[in-house]
Design a protein around this ligand. Structure first.
Ligand SMILES: [Zn+2]
Length: 430
């Protein structure tokens, strides 16, 4: 059997790994893209796309799913396996990224019909159930990362392979956590392919973070200010809604942007490992106000309150409309909820206190805070998982150079099996 890394190798983005069995059947684990300033890049070195026998999708984020229509354009002709929730959300995200590419005049390298083809080839799988496809068996396990997310356990050529996708071992307001269950320890795992996003650090205690966040929001509201919360439409938006909706806050909570569509989808699709779905539904339909027009947005800003909106790194979306009105008042607060990539407005704000609004470099006067409500696990748990599973081979991927190297060095000293931080295109014989 051969394993090749076509993306997310010493980087975050364009996750894609191929597995070729002894019979010569080729399968893909995820088909992601990586966003760049002038568009995006897809997986590298995937040849003969029509010959691929199956795609296993771990979750809906575009860095894992965004390349599907690209491959459809190259005549992918095989089942795309994923959970029902993953597919429902992927469909929304792919449609939206196609729309944005058209607006920005960056050719997405596929057509609208390719999006339809992705839908036709999708096959839903349930969690915790074995399936057989050609010469392999597979099972989806909860990854705790976002609704629908899964780790994928594969058995082929007498080997057991665990691909984690993105995972979180900490329970959140929205997701039950990923666990190292008996399935992963009773029978030996030959190959473990794990994400390494936070391979170089430990994350703070979630409950404590939640308390600090709520206290800070209350302080701003009681001081007569408004709170602007930029969020990612999927995961963080719903978690923020639940955290705030549970509290007795003396103000209105508004939701704007793509998060509305995604939240509706999460509520209407059943998923075993999504937590607090009824509560989310109650909050979404009865406790908050949706903003769907510039007029309502302006009225809301004038009245004040808590504004939850996309995009999470202040790169575009309605959040900039709010920021234009709120940045100059020190009573207001802007609260970032997670990791901010290099060269984004969010990162500029955290490190240097400014953002670009309509091309103008603006030194913001409102208060700025950042909380690490991550959907990923951290170095402590990755190490624990690798030690517990004790695989014959481990690959650290989906992390920047520093993260994968730190984990790889640690593993070389602490486990008996072979350990790697693979480079792009590298092939391994298993
Ligand atoms: Zn993800």
């Amino acid at each position: 059997m051969k394993i090749q890394f076509h993306g997310a190798a010493r980087e975050v983005g364009r996750s894609c790994i191929s597995i070729t069995t002894k019979n010569g059947n080729r399968y893909l684990l995820d088909v992601g893209i990586k966003f760049q300033e002038d568009g995006f890049s897809g997986p590298e070195g995937v040849t003969n796309v029509p010959g691929i026998k199956g795609v296993f999708l771990s979750h809906a984020h575009l860095d894992h799913s965004g390349g599907l229509p690209l491959f459809e354009h190259q005549k992918l002709k095989c089942p795309i396996f994923c959970t029902r929730q993953t597919f429902a959300i992927t469909k929304i995200l792919l449609k939206d990224s196609y729309k944005i590419a058209r607006i920005k005049h960056t050719h997405p390298a596929y057509d609208k019909t390719d999006l339809v083809e992705v839908s036709k080839e999708t096959e839903y799988v349930q969690y915790d159930k074995w399936y057989v496809h050609n010469d392999l068996k597979f099972k989806y396990l909860n990854a705790g990362h976002i609704p629908g997310s899964a780790m994928i356990l594969i058995e082929a050529d007498g080997k057991r392979i665990l691909y984690t996708g993105d995972y979180n071992n900490k329970e959140t307001e929205l997701m039950y956590s990923a666990i190292v269950n008996k399935e992963l320890t009773d029978k030996p795992i030959d190959v473990l392919i794990t994400e390494s996003t936070y391979g170089n650090r430990e994350l703070p205690d979630r409950k404590l973070l939640n308390k600090q966040f709520i206290a800070s929001v209350k302080k701003t509201i009681s001081g007569g200010g408004s709170v602007l919360i930029p969020v990612f439409a999927l995961g963080r938006a719903q978690e923020t809604l639940i955290m705030l909706g549970k509290e007795n806050l003396n103000c209105k909570i508004y939701l704007d942007g793509m998060a509305k569509t995604i939240t509706k989808q999460i509520i209407s699709t059943s998923s075993k490992y999504v937590k607090n779905k009824d509560l989310l539904s109650e909050i979404f339909f009865n406790k908050i106000e949706w903003i769907s027009s510039p007029k309502r947005r302006n009225d809301a800003i004038r009245n004040g309150g808590i504004f939850i909106t996309t995009s999470g790194m202040l790169q575009g979306g309605p959040v900039l409309e709010y920021l234009k009105e709120l940045w100059h008042n020190p009573k207001n607060k802007l609260t970032l909820m997670g990791f901010q990539c290099k060269r984004t407005n969010g990162r500029h704000l955290v490190e240097e206190g400014f953002v670009y609004i309509d091309g103008w470099k603006t030194q913001v006067k409102c208060a700025v805070e950042k909380y690490d409500f991550s959907g990923h696990t951290d170095s402590e748990f990755i190490k624990k998982m690798v030690s517990t599973i004790n695989p014959k081979m481990v690959f650290f991927q989906h992390g920047d150079e520093e993260s994968v190297d730190i984990l790889n060095q640690w593993a070389k000293k602490n486990i008996k099996g072979k350990t790697y931080a693979p480079s792009l295109g590298e092939i391994f014989e298993i």
